[in-house]
Design a protein around this ligand. Structure first.
Ligand SMILES: Cc1cc2nc3c(=O)[nH]c(=O)nc-3n(C[C@H](O)[C@H](O)[C@H](O)COP(=O)(O)O)c2cc1C
Length: 202
C-alpha cells in the first residue's frame, strides 16, 4: 500500500469534538493493526474557487490556483488513499467554510470526471467515512446539506461516502469525550474500516 488512509479534521477549533472523533477513528484503525495520516484541514486556508472555468480546458484540468496553496496536494492524497475519513462540526446547517472552500476548489475534478480526461478512469471506487457533530438536539435536516455536499464532492474522486455517523447534542468541546457510547461507535468504525480494506485486498 503506497498511501495510508487519510483522516481530515475539519473543525476550525482544535481539541474539540471533531478532532476527538478523528483521533478515535485512528485508534480503531490502529487496534486493527493499521495506521493513517491525519490532516488538520480546519487550520488550512485555501484560495476560493472564482468560477473562471479555466479548469474545464486546462491540461489535466489543473486549477489556476493549484500551485498557490496546499489544496491540490490534498486532492492527490484523496485520489491515492485506500479510504478517507472526514470529521466536521455543523456550522449553520452546513460544513465549516474552510472545508466548503476545499470542496468548491474540487471543481477541477468535476470537470475531469465529466469531460474527456482519463485521470480517474483507472481508479477503483474506494469508501469514504464521515462523522458530523452538531450542538442542537433537534432538526430533521441538520446534517442533510453537509452530507450531500461531501458525498457528491467525493464521488468525483471515485470515493463513495458511506452514511455518515451523526451526533446531536454535542456542543461543548468536551461533550463527545464524556459520552462513552458515541466514542465506542467511532473506535469500532475505524477498526471495521481497516478490516474491510484488508479483506478487500486494497
Ligand atoms: C459558527 C458556528 C455555527 C454553528 N452552527 C450550528 C448549527 O447550525 N446547528 C447545530 O446543531 N450546531 C451548530 N454549531 C455548534 C457546533 O456544531 C458544535 O459546537 C460542535 O460540537 C463543534 O464541534 P468542534 O468541537 O469539533 O469544533 C455551530 C457552531 C459554530 C461555531
Amino acid at each position: 500500500m503506497k498511501q495510508l488512509p487519510v483522516l481530515f479534521k475539519c473543525s476550525h477549533h482544535r481539541k474539540g469534538n471533531s478532532d476527538l472523533a478523528a483521533d478515535l477513528f485512528l485508534q480503531g484503525i490502529r487496534k486493527a493493526g493499521g495506521d493513517a495520516e491525519i490532516i488538520t484541514l480546519g487550520d488550512m486556508d485555501f484560495k476560493h474557487c472564482i468560477g473562471c472555468l479555466k479548469c474545464r480546458t486546462a491540461e489535466n484540468n489543473r486549477c489556476i490556483f493549484a500551485d498557490k496553496d496546499g489544496a491540490q496536494e490534498l486532492y492527490d492524497k484523496i485520489i491515492e488513499a485506500p479510504f478517507t475519513f472526514f470529521s466536521s462540526p455543523i456550522y449553520f446547517y452546513h460544513l465549516p467554510s474552510r472545508l466548503k472552500t476545499f470542496i468548491d476548489r474540487g471543481q477541477w475534478a468535476f470537470e475531469a470526471a465529466t469531460g474527456n480526461s482519463d485521470i480517474f478512469s483507472g481508479l477503483e471506487i474506494r469508501p469514504a467515512y464521515g462523522c458530523l457533530v452538531a450542538g442542537r438536539p433537534k432538526g430533521e435536516k441538520l446534517f442533510e446539506g453537509a452530507e450531500l455536499s461531501l458525498k457528491f464532492f467525493l464521488r468525483f474522486f471515485k470515493t463513495e461516502l458511506q452514511p455518515a455517523i451523526t451526533f446531536r447534542s454535542i456542543d461543548e468541546p468536551q461533550d463527545l469525550q464524556k459520552d462513552g457510547e458515541k466514542c465506542a461507535v467511532l473506535l469500532d468504525a475505524g477498526e471495521q474500516a481497516w478490516k474491510r480494506m484488508v479483506e478487500n485486498g486494497s
